[in-house]
Design a protein around this ligand. Structure first.
Ligand code: GDP
Length: 426
């Protein structure tokens, strides 16, 4: 049985917590896209962790954690992350890295920085982790696949080809130091030695596991609105954030994905640039930001203050639809307990007409939120485990949003820890 945990919005919905929680009853957790440019924050009995590359199942002994072929693999960061969790008392996790995953090179990170510099104020808000140059190279067929690290002749030939191309750009576009073949080759050798113990044909491993009746969880990064096809292009990431891509980025048959758990936060936040119709500013945003998440809404990778907004039913309905949602996990509801009233966006007004359909970016630029205001519950809901024990206005908030987005909210998260969860049975 394969399930996916994915985000409905801009990311930071709390996927890490939901994955860590579900991993208790999961055999294999797979990261299927993205790189070290975003993070999942996880709080459990070992401490608080910010994972960027490792799957969120690494805190259990019984799990196998896979870096799938779809991931942008930063090998130094991966090894560093393994060391950082084991040094905090987590037993050495069981990790497999796909022999088809491709490698983020130091020049990808440099090119990302140079391009941001070049664009100046018109930048795409990149985290400068090399993700866009990495995926560009993957599809331009000049990326390095993990399997290739073990083929010396191929490496030598390819390094030369890459240097020729990159140096043309470095010299004439960016006016920066050029790449040197021997150094790039050395970098690849270092990566080969670091990654060798983990390399496997993970797609075959998964095929056998599925045959043996094991449970597999595909863990997404970011959310629908950052998908390069269906998101707020061009302010998107460079790999698909959709559950459907989980089949490709992990190497499992699409029909094996039986459950898609889409994580939706009880309010909105976004890191970096891009259209954000329900964004709020000033004191109203500060109040929510400092209470949000666990210790405030600041980027897990970048530390940047997140942009804040009210819950957006238009974006979330769309976000859930593109994911193929079977279940919604509604998270971080506990932080809204301070509000007298809570605005919820139920439509967009574009050129005088109200719509509940999420438009393309040009439409989003013109969209104004249409709000309905719901009464707050003005108390703490932390520690509650039964749905019926939630304050009436809190249930009303959940049920109102559920009816607007049209997908069942089967889990409500009311705190950062594994135990802070309320299951709702239809
Ligand atoms: P991800 O990338 O989707 O995993 O999201 P983040 O790592 O940004 O997680 C969001 C933040 O919210 C993290 O600091 C979590 O510990 C925290 N968090 C997750 N669920 C809840 C919840 O239900 N309540 C509270 N207060 N914090 C939560």
């Amino acid at each position: 049985m394969v399930k996916a945990v994915v985000g409905a919005n801009w990311g930071d919905e709390g996927k890490g917590k939901i994955t860590d929680m579900l991993a208790e009853h999961t055999d294999i957790i797979v990261r299927f896209q993205g790189g070290a440019n975003a993070g999942h924050t996880i709080k459990n009995h070992y401490g608080k962790f910010s994972l960027h590359t490792l799957p969120s199942g690494v805190f259990y002994n019984h799990t196998t954690n896979i870096i799938g072929n779809g991931v942008a693999l930063d090998i130094s960061k991966l090894i560093h992350e393994i060391e950082s969790i084991t040094s905090q008392g987590v037993p050495a996790p069981n990790i497999l890295v796909s022999d088809r995953a491709q490698i983020v090179m130091s020049y990808h990170i440099l090119l990302d920085q140079y391009e941001e510099e070049r664009l100046g104020g018109k930048s795409f808000g990149s985290t400068k982790s090399g993700i866009a140059p990495f995926y560009s190279d993957k599809y331009a067929k000049i990326g390095f696949q993990v399997s290739e690290l073990f083929d010396e002749a191929l490496l030598a030939e390819k390094v030369q080809r890459v240097c020729e191309l990159k140096n043309a750009m470095l010299e004439h576009l960016y006016h920066k130091p050029l790449l040197e073949g021997p150094q790039i080759l050395q970098e690849l050798h270092r990566y080969r030695d670091m990654i060798a113990p983990y390399v496997a044909d993970t797609a075959s491993f998964l095929q056998q596991a599925i045959k043996d009746g094991k449970t597999v969880l595909l863990e997404g990064q970011l959310g629908t609105l950052r998908d390069p096809d269906h998101g707020i292009y061009p302010m998107v990431t460079s790999s698909s954030t959709l559950a459907g891509y989980g089949a490709i980025g992990a190497g499992v048959p699409p029909y094996e994905i039986k459950q898609v758990i889409t994580v939706c936060k009880a309010y909105s936040s976004a890191v970096g640039a891009g259209e954000f119709v329900t964004e709020i500013f000033g004191g109203e945003a500060d109040d929510l930001r400092k209470r949000g998440g666990d210790g405030g809404e600041y980027g897990a990778t970048t530390g940047r203050p997140r942009r804040m907004g009210w819950f957006d039913c238009v974006a979330s309905k769309y976000g859930c639809r593109l994911q193929g949602t079977t279940d919604v996990a509604f998270t971080v509801l506990d932080v809204l307990g301070y509000l007298e009233e809570i605005p919820v966006c139920v439509g967009y007004e574009i050129d005088g007409a109200v719509t509940t359909e999420f438009p393309t970016t040009a439409g989003l630029k013109k969209a104004k939120p249409v709000y309905e205001t719901l009464p707050g519950w003005k108390c703490s809901i932390t520690g509650i485990r039964n749905y019926g024990e939630l304050p009436q206005n809190c249930r009303r908030y959940i049920e109102f949003i559920e009816s607007q987005i049209g997908y069942p909210i089967t889990m409500v998260s009311n705190g950062p820890s594994r135990e802070d969860i309320i299951y709702r049975h239809p």
